[in-house]
Design a binder for this molecule. Structure first.
Ligand code: KG4
Ligand code: ZN
Length: 339
């Protein structure tokens, strides 16, 4: 019998609901929160309030678009962490309330697993293209930068991770010092297309093993701009595209160096990327190029599944549901959890 899952994601600043039947996505509705833009970053209290306003209409819309009645739902999947506590609480409390009223089980989902398992979302009438196990996943978001060995849907091991800032954070913070709005990643991506990636050179961090560090790069970018602006107050305006292209190029180099090393060390040639930063066009192009050069099979998610969305929570909830995992009503969200 087909399994229908209603999924809810509210870990940061996007409120999202999706309906998934077996592995097939029927709807995926996302309400972004523009309220944070003028502050240059997510304000937790405002995010939580916006989730409260958005969650009911977003869930309604997801059910409507999927053409599914509440009585068709077999389980409710929701993000229990990691994320912002106030944001997680809204999705978790809503999922609990709905689970009681519909008398269906709850399945909690780790947001990071969700990003990775987005590769298993299927579309109606589309041949699935999915990585084979084991595969390596470069998980790059606003809060995480990790290299993960994925042995099975729910069996994952982190073999490298950032020791400080995440790649998305590096994009956002560098954008902020250039006066670009939050989130900075998409803006840098757009401006970088018109710039010269070799115009400015920034030192790459020397970190052992498969780990990352982005805080030094961010600081050297900041100091470089401070000195340049002292000489020429219009420096940023006059060189914006080149600055974006150069910092993006450096971040991608850092990410790719360790990914190549991980592929060599593990001998794994199925390579996937996931998380908000996987929307970056420079990173996507570079993965394709390396894939051809190194004979990797490369898996890049659709744009809609890169940044936060409930479809990825639905597919993860589905695999957990099949495994018999059920979450008690006593569950509480956790802001920091591992994969
Ligand atoms: O996965 P996500 O939506 O949220 C977290 O779980 O953190 O990732 C958000 C991050 C932000 O830092 C944002 O700037 C970055 O993903 N991002 C991008 C692009 N689109 C989103 N970074 C670089 N290029 C992009 N096109
Ligand atoms: Zn995320």
């Amino acid at each position: 019998m087909a399994v229908t899952i209603l999924a809810i994601e509210s870990s940061c600043d996007d409120t999202s609901a999706a309906v998934i039947r077996d592995q097939v996505l029927l709807s995926n509705v996302i309400a972004n929160q523009d309220v944070h833009q003028k502050y240059g970053g997510v304000i937790p209290e405002l995010a939580s309030r916006a989730h409260q306003q958005n969650i009911i209409p977003v869930v309604h819309r997801a059910l409507e678009m999927a053409n599914v009645e509440v009585s068709d739902i077999d389980a409710i999947a929701f993000t229990s962490g990691p994320g912002l506590l106030g944001s997680l609480l809204v999705g978790t409390s809503f999922a609990k309330g709905l689970s009681i009223s519909l008398n269906v089980p709850l399945v909690e989902v780790n947001h990071l697993q969700g990003h990775i398992l987005a590769h298993f979302i299927q579309k109606p009438d589309q041949e699935p293209v999915q990585p084979q196990f084991p595969f390596l996943c470069l998980l790059v978001s606003g809060g995480h930068s990790q290299i993960v060995v994925v042995r099975d849907h729910l069996e994952m091991e982190i073999i490298g991770q950032t020791l400080d800032d995440a790649a998305g954070e590096a994009f956002d913070k560098c954008a902020k010092v250039m006066g670009l709005p939050y989130p900075g990643g998409p803006m840098i991506d757009k401006l970088a297309k018109e710039g010269d990636a070799k115009a400015f050179k920034f030192a790459k961090p020397q970190i052992p093993d498969l780990n990352y560090s982005f805080s030094g790069l961010k600081t050297s970018f900041l100091y470089f701009l401070r000195d340049a602006v002292a000489q020429n107050p219009n420096f940023i305006e006059e060189h914006k595209a080149d600055l974006c292209a150069s910092i993006q190029y450096t971040i991608i180099e850092v990410l790719m160096d360790k990914l190549v090393k991980a592929a060599k060390q593990t001998g794994i040639r199925q390579i996937a990327v996931a998380g908000g930063v996987s929307a970056n066009s420079g990173l996507r192009d570079r993965l394709v190029e390396e894939g051809i050069k190194r004979r990797w099979s490369v898996f890049i998610p659709e744009f809609g599944y890169t940044t936060d969305n409930a479809a990825m929570i639905g597919i993860t909830g589905y695999f957990r549901y099949l495994k018999g995992e059920r979450t008690p009503l006593s569950v509480a969200p956790v802001t920091r959890i591992k994969l």
